[in-house]
Design a protein around this ligand. Sequence first.
Ligand code: GLN
Length: 469
Amino acid sequence: MTGIRDLTAAQAAAKVRAGDLSAGELFDAYREAASGDELNAYLYVAEEPNAAGGELGGVPLAVKDLFCTEGVISQSGSKILEGYRPPYTATVVQRLQDAGAPLLGKTNQDEFAMGSSNENSAFGPVQNPWDRERVPGGSSGGSAAAVAAGTAPWALGTDTGGSIRQPAAMCGIVGLKPTYGAVSRYGMIAFASSLDQAGPLTRDVTDAALLFRHMTSKDPCDATSLGSPQEVVLPSATSLQGIRLGRPDDLSTEGVEPGVMEAYERTLKLAEDLGATIETCHLPHADHGISAYYVIAPAEASSNLARFDGVRYGLRHDGDGDLLSMYTATRHDGFGAEVKRRVLIGTYALSSGYYDAYYGRAQRVRTKIADDFREVFASVDFIVTPSAPTVAFGLGEKTSDPWAMYLNDYCTVPMSLAGIPAISIPCGLSDGLPVGLQLAGPAFSENRVLDAAFALEQALEFDGSVARG
Ligand code: GLN
């Protein structure tokens, strides 16, 4: 690897700002690396930088396929949107360009962000740079693999139930899911609108803070966006003195594989050495998170995906020539199996007669989960769990068992339902594969979450350079 690509994004930006590195050279180094990608992480690589200057100093950005980028393919990993080039750019991508981060490329993902392994992409699976026979996690698998492999300095992903944190964990990098509303969703091809949030996938916590700082905004184009109440600052904490960490017995034992558990325990010990106190806490409804999520997310998806009918965007198959048959032929050929499964589940859950029994009930569970967190945060600062119950698993290992696949989200879904921020940082290895630690805080506590994650990161000294070859 060249020296330029050894720099973190924040270091590269600082060098460009100081005049020690040319933005053009930086872009070319990553353009070349991204063009030579062997992991199927990229669906498009840009020819020329479309931004420069600013605090982000021309450091190029890999962007998950589902963000609309003007004139550049934005397909959400789906055949139904193959070749679609939107006439506008998503607010977060635009903001990052305005701050000096040019588009490096579009990254592979699970179709419409539905998945935990990137195997639901219409454009083929992504390989994990730590072990090419394994998945990178999902749905932001392309973004995570690109950052871990060093073909991108940093990347954007989205998280609906874990799709930033879980691939970050499986690829040994940092991933932040912001508080719901901290970041505009305008121009993100929607999966489940009450859960979707964009966030950074980066080599370290400082890069995550730097990127997030320029992402957060109250956007007139997204009525659910609020921005951040305080300016996002770069983390600097060196100790966890006075910090109370809550260890939920509900989310950190059942189904978590032994190697992950060991890395988790070691990290909690390290946190204590840094001054934190650890308390067992209880999130009594978290266990129902997966069940509630897999009603709410498909319900919203079935509604959001109704727009793909062959009339407005992308693919059209005529069928027998009449309108209804055009709709069905297009959706039959354009959507993959997992997307169809979710549209069916979601439509069923929202149908009259079942709405209260399924959707209404899942929403009530969601409220209970949010209440659990509020109660726990009255006595602890953060909640810590493993980010995922396992390390990266083999390609094809779970594709025939949707339920096993859904359980990947066991530790991450409750925070999504509650709308609270959570970060995954690499906290060690199990059998040579990275393990992630999840740190979650109350709504809009990103500055404190980033600071605590930074203190831990310095002490952990995780070495991700192995995956960068
Ligand atoms: N794996 C989860 C799902 O399939 C979460 C996906 C996401 O966060 N986008 O829905």
